[in-house]
Write a protein that binds this ligand. Structure first.
Ligand code: RNT
Ligand code: ZN
Length: 449
């Protein structure tokens, strides 16, 4: 009797389970169908303007974005767990779960990448060396200290970019590094930057795609300098020394990042935009434009075409300054849209290296990556869905009324339907689905840290 009862009960239970499963499957099917029909409608709407949405989806999938590792641990690195972030930049917030080891960070990056459509690059800093506990001075870093990253990178990312770390170090405490008046301090940082180029070269060789090695230094003065020229002269010479070794562009692409001010360097920054613009044109290097490194209302979008006229390549640090260079998670706002439009309108997407640069410690860090990366892609998608030939035609004819009318009309076109289709085609979560998966990871992995 008992046996019969429990058999009946388990029959009921399994019936209920299979019912729930088939219900879930049919609602997933219905969602998919809705997504497909929304895409069909959207596609027809864009086709009226001469835009092929299938081709746009294909093109977007070929633009890798360099995801910065430092969102995962608030720019701390693994050199010294107690070091304070310095150099005039700041990660504020104390959300639990930051990565404390290279393995944790890689795991978190993998999780984030699974939520982002397409294949992307990783941007590493020298302080993320993985030496199994051995202390290595900055001027002694070698490729072998980054072997675990290269091995991991081969299966997980489309390439690895690199940065010397010229901050958060006793020898940067004066706020000066490559432009320091003391030769021994300058030489230390010169050796570090040279060593970084060798690491970048190694990544380029190992991953089969050039590694962008971006030099950013915090050098500057809090208060009015008495001599603006001398530090710039020293920086110019230091850079020449760093780049004196020829390294093939097949492996390493050199970039230098300009800035207007930082915390503690409000009055003067040695590596200003004019300084580096001159330097890269003269020496055939790449400029890095960071969205947070200018006056608060100054957008880097306008600078892209100007730089590309005089320089073959360009590196972008896409960030979001809020009142200052605060490095908030990038939002799909007009600034970001403007940057993406200029990248796509230039037709030189293959020569513009897009990197993200933000660090918010007040929210889930995996979500920060997913939001920022997906926003960058959404902005590029919107830019690709622009009827640029038509708009340029209006402009050439002097029909500025139509130009504005269409630009405004495009803002409410169904780009979201194309975005959803893109995510599905790449096997990435559609819509806000990714958030649930971040919550799960938070519960199972981050909360144990
Ligand atoms: C700082 C620069 C620099 C850093 C990273 C960590 O103002 O933007 O790019 O954010 O190197
Ligand atoms: Zn930057």
């Amino acid at each position: 009797m008992k046996a019969i009862k429990s058999a009946a009960a388990s029959h009921v239970a399994s019936h209920a389970a299979s019912h729930a499963a088939s219900h879930a499957a049919s609602s997933a099917n219905a969602k998919r169908k809705d997504m497909e029909s929304a895409y069909t409608l959207a596609s027809a709407k864009y086709a009226e303007l001469g835009i092929d949405t299938d081709a746009v989806i294909e093109k977007l999938g070929n633009i890798p974005i360099s995801m910065h590792c430092w969102q995962g641990d608030d720019v701390r690195g693994f050199e010294n767990p107690d070091v304070e972030l310095s150099g005039g930049i700041q990660a504020t917030g104390n959300y639990p779960g930051r990565a404390r080891t290279a393995d944790e960070l890689r795991k978190d990056i993998e999780k984030a990448l699974s939520l982002i459509p397409g294949k992307h690059r990783l941007n590493l800093h020298a302080i993320y060396l993985d030496t199994g506990g051995e202390k290595v001075a900055r001027d002694e870093i070698r490729p072998e200290h980054f072997k675990t990253w290269a091995d991991w990178g081969k299966t997980n990312v489309a390439g690895i970019d690199f940065n010397p770390t010229c901050f958060s170090h006793p020898l940067s405490d004066d706020g000066l590094t490559l432009s320091h008046p003391k030769k021994e301090v300058r030489d230390f940082w010169i050796r570090h930057c040279k060593a970084s180029r060798k690491v970048a070269e190694y990544f380029g060789r190992e991953l089969g795609t050039p590694s962008v090695n971006n030099i950013w230094i915090p050098d500057g003065y809090k208060d009015m300098p008495a001599d603006r020229m001398a530090p710039r002269k020293r920086l110019n010479e230091a850079l020449d020394e760093i780049f004196s070794e020829k390294i093939s562009a097949k492996y390493c692409l050199d970039a230098v990042e300009a800035k207007l001010f930082g915390i503690g360097s409000e009055s003067y920054v040695v590596g200003s935009n004019e300084f580096y613009m001159g330097y890269i044109v003269k020496n055939n290097k790449m400029l890095c434009l960071d969205a947070g490194h200018f006056h608060p209302t100054e957008s880097i979008a306008d600078k892209i075409s100007a730089v590309l006229l005089f320089s073959d390549r360009l590196l972008l640090h896409v960030s979001r300054p809020v009142r200052w260079d605060s490095d908030h998670v990038v939002s799909l706002n007009d600034d970001l849209r403007g940057i993406a439009q200029e990248i796509i309108r230039s037709g030189r997407e293959d020569k513009i290296h897009i990197g993200l640069d933000f660090f918010d410690a007040s929210i889930n860090r995996i979500a920060a990556w997913a939001i920022g990366m997906r926003n960058m892609q959404k902005a590029l998608l919107e830019a690709m869905l622009e009827p640029s030939d038509m708009l340029r035609g209006f402009e050439k004819k002097g029909d500025l009324t139509s130009r504005l009318a269409y630009l405004e009309e495009m803002k409410t076109y169904p780009a979201a339907a194309v975005w959803n289709k893109f995510c599905a085609a790449k096997g990435a979560p559609v819509g806000i689905e990714w958030l649930e998966s971040v919550r799960e990871y938070e519960k199972n992995v981050l909360s144990e840290r």
